[in-house]
Ligand binder design. Structure first.
Ligand code: BTN
Length: 243
């Protein structure tokens, strides 16, 4: 595990070093160009958040990419809940919300044929956020009043990632989809999903066995969203969680 005081982006640091072994982990105290999904930036001030990336090299077909993202979400929720008993919820494809605000985010970057970089950002000890995200972001400190020990949450996160990735490799898909479903409250609600410049609104019905979102559109049809689009899709246009 590499702990850096500063880096542009922990995902980028791994991308520059793809010969690292599977399971390599990079953590930074601060990111100068922290990345969120869809080309957004991720607020990464010094010492208050967890900025972590890990390199996975599964035998991956694009369909399974959706499951990797779900796997990372389940692992992150489990690590957060080991440190603080807070009602965190997953929102497809990879947001982690607390009281309706963004607590953590996951950015999976797929390098075809080679690797998946799983980047996880968790807001730990921030007591305020920049104006443009202050209404939509939260931290564990803001929600509980307690300071979180970063080392402890890193340890929990690595353990839960290990456990969930092992299950993913054993193809326990139904188990993973069920765990994700148990940790969300978005099903039955109306969401807007952006894909390739289009937006699609409908009721989120559930996940299919491959981790795709089943969306019931107003014309009564069910659409499956997921796989490759996971790197660009985002649920609910009204909540641009990362700035
Ligand atoms: C999102 O919700 O938009 C995803 C945010 C992912 C942020 C993390 S922080 C560690 C890793 N390095 C990055 O540059 N981004 C991810």
């Amino acid at each position: 595990m590499q702990v850096l005081s500063q880096v542009d982006s922990t995902n980028e640091e791994i991308r520059r070093n793809l010969t690292l072994p599977e399971g390599a982990v990079v953590i930074a105290d601060r990111q100068t160009q922290g990345r969120g999904r869809q080309g957004r930036s991720w607020h990464s001030e010094t010492g208050t958040g967890l900025y972590l990336s890990t390199l996975l090299k599964p035998d991956l077909t694009p369909e399974k990419l959706a499951l990797i993202t779900l796997m990372a979400g389940v692992a992150t929720v489990s690590a957060i809940q080991q440190q603080a008993s807070v009602p965190v919820k997953l929102k497809w494809p990879n947001d982690i919300l607390l009281n309706g605000k963004k607590l953590a985010g996951i950015l999976c970057e797929y390098i075809p044929g080679t690797a998946v970089i799983v980047g996880i950002g968790i807001n730990l000890n921030q007591t305020c956020f920049p104006e443009d995200i202050q209404d939509i972001a939260t931290s564990l400190k803001l929600a509980t009043g307690n300071t979180v020990n970063r080392a402890k949450i890193v340890l929990s996160l690595l353990e839960s990632l290990d456990r969930e990735y092992e299950e993913f490799l054993q193809e326990k898909r139904t188990h993973l989809v069920k765990k994700w479903t148990d940790r969300t409250d978005m099903f039955g609600k109306t969401v807007t999903v952006h894909q390739k410049g289009n937006s699609l609104t409908g009721i989120a019905v559930g996940l299919d066995p491959e981790g795709k979102l089943i969306l019931q559109t107003p014309n009564g049809k069910q659409q499956l969203l997921g796989s490759g689009e996971l790197l660009t899709a985002r649920a609910d246009s009204k909540s641009p969680f990362s700035k």
